[in-house]
Design a protein around this ligand. Sequence first.
Ligand SMILES: [Zn+2]
Length: 547
Amino acid sequence: MSNQHADLVLTGGRIFTGNAAKTWAQALAVRGNRIAAVGTDRDVAALAGPRTRRIDLRGRTVTAGFQDAHVHPTHGGLARLRCELHDARGLDEYLRIIAAYAAANPDREWILGGGWSLADFPGGLPRREDLDRVVPDRPVFLPNRDGHDAWVNTEALVRADVWKGTPDPADGRIARDDDGTPLGTLHEGAMGLVSRHVPAATEAEYREGLVEAQAFLHSLGITAWQDAWVEPADQDAYLTLAASGELTARVVGALWWDRSLGLEQIEDIVDRRANGALGRYAATSVKLMCDGIVENGTAAMLQPYLDPAGNPTGNSGLDFIDAETLKAAVVRLDALGFQAHFHALGDRAVRHALDAVEAARQANGWSDTRPHLAHLQVVHPDDHARFRQLGALANAQPYWAALEDQMIELTLPVLGPEVSARQYPWRSLRRHGATLVMGSDWSVSTPDPFLQMELAVTRISDEARGVRESFLPEERIELVDALTAFTAGSAYANHLDETGTVEAGKLADLAILDRDLFDEASGPIGQTTVLATFVDGVVVHEIAGLD
Ligand SMILES: [Zn+2]
């Protein structure tokens, strides 16, 4: 019967199934939105009919669509539409781009965008005077690429009434000159002193940003993601696109936990979940930001940061959510069926997050909420086994585990050698049985899964291939594990159990790569490109000439 014919047949490939017992297949067939068969060319070719699209893979790899388990698409998309500094390096280049953007956008009251790198400024501290030279008359507010610091000009500080006498907020710091004058960098919560004067992005801008981001992520083989910071404006954008049919990706929204409030916000979060399910979007996760970052001394550490002479300072970072509130919140959220998605970067934040999961397990028994801890820059060895024991997923950002300027200048000196060696312990976590999932944290760093997997496998960034040595090479993982983490692992974190592997009966979310990914002769993993991406069997990205 012709209606039993497949709609799509892929043959002659190296299909990574994600099933460890039969990792590879030659061919697959798609019927409707599902994978109809996976097997040999001979078996699968028999499913083709007169209207079936056939693609000869010529030895290329096909995988389940990649899933980014921690990403900020509205921010990334908006950044691509604003003053975009992510691809630039160095003060001169930044100022040239900012000046050009300001000149091209004379109607914009504020100059917004961002993406500069801490490593391009002494001490990670850009100065307002540099911005004043290119934009003297309008306020400028530019977060850096990891979103934890902002570079502002004098006009922005004046508008916000931030000057010498302004105290630091509890969850942030105003970088100052010796006499107390703000020098133009705002850390963490201090960004809010200025950002609350920034006009909110319009609904149309959010939607445009999201559409831009989605197209970009699909072009990288990504078919689903977890948005790691969903506020009402983000959710509105997702729901609008879901309603119009423009949302082609599958998206889990992690609703932002407002750390200035307590458990009373849970009622509102429950409402936002109830109103946040449409098409491929569902707001079933809650983002709990436990701490900051190492580079500016706000990651919560079990031991103090060191001064330039190597002696302990009085600072061991910040608990953005105190440990007891965190426990109570996670116990309650877990009981309500929410997934906890922690930003846990320093070893004290990791411990507090695991303690909170443990409290939830004790109070509620074993639930299927699949809590996950993102970032995991420093993990105390005593905590490695707890991920498996507690059913907490390790959400890795593999692109960060490299010896680059920011690591050498801003991280290694303040952590010291012993703690520095506990960074990004992906192999140690796997050895202790942890489920590894992967996410980019774009727009902090690249969303390209191939660049990230190359780094997971080599611990050398693509920018330093052949130049720098591997960073903590004992923590390298195998490509097959990285690929599994980015597909099946992240699908598990997203509760998208009908995706993540290539098996008959699963949804047809697939990526066709330009090469045999495991053939070392085909070049660095990070140079891989995606020829086509499918969601539910429908093309969402394709380069010409594939047939
Ligand atoms: Zn993030």
